[in-house]
Design a protein around this ligand. Structure first.
Ligand code: AQP
Length: 335
């Protein structure tokens, strides 16, 4: 990693197999950043357990996600790719930052409100203090830039507030992170309920395209995608959310504008358009799936990547953590 490059941090939760939404909204854009920035891409399994997880599934999802990062084009020698739970600095700084985060701030977080509704039987303290841990994830590496979707903007704002608060009390310690304003990833919606975003934890299997879906599954899911009775291929989220979602998927993949797509398919039926979108997705995912299958077979290679990247992340994390511990008055470690 080079000194003069800015640092980017981002992550995904291993809460399920990743979707086309995760790919087009985040992962695809990450692959364009690796030359220009020092990037850390975390598999945030500690965040994942704020919602109850099956242990075997969580373990499997985390490894698969790491392999998918690489299959999608993240070079593990240029980016630091690792599991959050294996870098204890996240938990240690997370606790410290909990003590610098006000309940009034956490009460305002919309994700907490949303997830509390969704998981009413398990409104745990971790779900509530999730933003303090997320602040630790980011501040642990002197991150300059964080690529965030719209849903995470509030958390990043809070991270900035916490960092500034800490710096005001103890002197310059944390880099204040900015949102990464780059090519905005498309927000991909659920194929069955197109007013909701496509989510890896969705129960309805027809609602999501997984990165690992076979061509026939992809075609079937697109054919079943909910549309409308207008018989008009037009980008109009308000009145035609289903067809607009298909247009935005097609646009994200082909780089064609909405206008170009509307013209290309003027007068054509939804059935034809769905097949076109499915074919475009199948072609895009094909090389990623091939690489993914190859990597899955190479256990030693993947294990080695995990080992080396975890060491790198731990080394960086410890440097900042020690600085913070010293500032707040924790005793020095005697060696
Ligand atoms: N539908 C989406 N369209 C575009 N981008 C999306 N992202 C997620 N869904 C879409 C982006 O993917 C990254 C990973 O997010 P995450 O794993 O931290 O959790 P999430 O945003 O909550 O994603 P999911 O798939 O909806 O997970 P669950 O179902 O567990 O809540 C983020 O950059 C996000 O913006």
């Amino acid at each position: 990693m080079e000194q003069n490059k800015k640092t980017i941090f981002s992550g995904m939760q291993p809460t399920g197999a990743i979707t086309l939404g995760n790919y087009l909204g985040a992962l695809k854009n990450w692959t364009t950043l690796q030359e220009e920035y020092n990037c850390l891409y975390c598999i945030v399994d500690m965040h994942a357990i704020t919602v109850r997880q099956n242990p075997a599934e969580l373990r499997k999802n985390a490894r698969n996600l790491l392999i998918q990062y690489i299959a999608a084009g993240l070079d593990p020698t240029k980016n630091i790719i690792y599991y959050q739970s294996q870098v204890s600095g996240h938990a240690e700084l997370g606790w410290i930052l909990n003590c610098f985060t006000y309940m009034g701030e956490l009460n305002r977080m919309t994700q907490f409100k949303d997830k509390s509704k969704k998981h009413a039987d398990n409104i745990n303290a971790g779900l509530y203090t999730y933003p303090a841990l997320m602040a630790a994830d980011i501040l642990l590496f002197n991150t300059d830039l964080v690529p965030v979707g719209h849903d995470q903007k509030q958390h990043l704002e809070l991270t900035r507030d916490i960092a500034m608060r800490f710096n005001t009390i103890y002197g310059d310690t944390f880099t204040i992170p900015d949102p990464y304003i780059g090519k905005v990833g498309a927000k991909i919606m659920d194929l069955q309920e197109p007013t909701n975003k496509m989510s890896k934890s969705a129960e309805d299997k027809n609602a999501t395209i997984l990165l690992t879906d076979k061509p026939d599954e992809i075609l079937k899911k697109f054919k079943r995608a909910v549309t409308d009775n207008f018989a008009n291929i037009k980008y109009d989220v308000e009145n035609q959310p289903g067809i607009s979602n298909l247009i935005s998927i097609y646009s994200a993949i082909t780089n064609k504008t909405y206008d170009e797509i509307e013209n290309e398919f003027a007068g054509k039926g939804y059935g034809d358009f769905k097949v076109e979108v499915a074919q475009a997705v199948i072609e895009t995912l094909k090389p990623i799936q091939q690489k993914y299958d190859e990597l899955q077979k190479d256990k030693a290679y993947i294990d080695n990547i995990i080992k080396e990247n975890t060491e790198k992340a731990n080394y960086k994390a410890q440097k900042i953590l020690r600085k913070v511990q010293k500032k707040i008055g924790f005793p020095p470690i005697i060696r």
